[in-house]
Design a protein around this ligand. Structure first.
Ligand code: IPD
Ligand code: CA
Ligand code: CA
Length: 269
């Protein structure tokens, strides 16, 4: 991979600019109100998701017209091929946003031939911006961050999430949630996968697992965890793809225990 520092910095600058614009749009809608529609029974989309996506895509396509752009609400915004792919969640935490629960963010990742180069997650309600550049570490508001040093799940604070088919499928993560609740110091559910990953990166959580995430949920956060010294794999402990189904992210130290517990829960019955 031959990406110069200047190019990495230019990509990062545009990702931050686009995330800040998206974040300010979310803040505006949170103040003035917005319409909500249902994609399915419990999967919502608001005016804010759509407006944030449009503004972010406009910023990126002006700076990098030849790059591919994939975003949650409209899918692929480009028809041409490119080794560069921007992967965008214009509002991660839509259910929280729709209920006025202040935990949501904008997530933007830049991939080059399948390798994540840049990840930016902006939380507009706390004014927190997480940024990672491939090979150059990760920061929170420009200060370098690192994962926790919690050695075992008995002392760990873990987090998970549930896919929108939780009401209708048997493999809905509730068994896993119950079991980890009994084996850890505590369990949380924030309702935003990108924040879950960033909170692993800065040591606020020790481990995170979830099924059926989409590339826009994990593109930026995966790199942010890895660049802060953490580990990201699938449920088997193998290499994680943002296009895959199952994810474990952790401080590295509790990872094998999480793999083992998930295996034990999912193979028992
Ligand atoms: C959702 C959130 C949530 C996770 C869901 C995602 P959205 O994204 O990240 O934490 O549990 O699986 O779909 O719909 O709010 O962008
Ligand atoms: Ca999402
Ligand atoms: Ca979203």
């Amino acid at each position: 991979m031959k990406i110069s520092h200047t190019e990495l910095n230019n990509l990062t600058k545009t990702a931050i600019e686009a995330a800040q614009l998206g974040g300010s749009i979310l803040t505006d809608y949170a103040q003035k109100g917005f319409e909500i529609q249902k994609k399915s029974e419990i999967n919502l989309v608001t005016e804010a998701d759509l407006a944030s996506e449009k503004a972010i895509v406009d910023v990126i396509s002006q700076s990098f017209p030849s790059h591919q752009i994939l975003a949650e609400e409209k899918g692929l915004h480009t028809t041409h091929e490119s080794p560069y792919k921007w992967i965008i969640d214009p509002l991660d935490g839509t259910t929280n946003f729709a209920h006025g629960f202040p935990m949501y963010n904008v997530s933007i990742g830049v991939e080059y031939e399948g390798t994540m180069l840049v990840g930016v997650v902006l939380d507009p309600t706390r004014n927190e911006i997480f940024v990672a550049r491939n090979g150059q570490g990760a920061t929170l508001n420009n200060i370098p961050i690192h994962v926790s040093t919690t050695p075992k799940i008995g002392d760990a604070l873990l987090v998970t999430g549930f896919a929108y088919d939780v009401h209708t499928v048997a493999d809905n993560n509730l068994k896993e949630f119950c079991e980890f609740s009994l084996r850890t110091r505590g369990m949380r559910r924030t309702g935003t996968a990108a924040i879950d990953l960033c909170y692993i990166a800065c040591g606020r959580f020790d481990g995170f697992w979830e099924l059926k995430l989409n590339p826009w949920d994990t593109a930026a956060g995966k790199l942010i965890v890895q660049e802060s010294g953490g580990k990201v794999t699938n449920y088997k402990g193998e290499s994680f793809s943002i296009y895959g189904q199952d994810l474990i992210a952790s401080n590295g130290l509790v990872h094998d225990e999480m793999v083992a517990v998930l295996d034990e829960i999912r193979t028992s019955d």
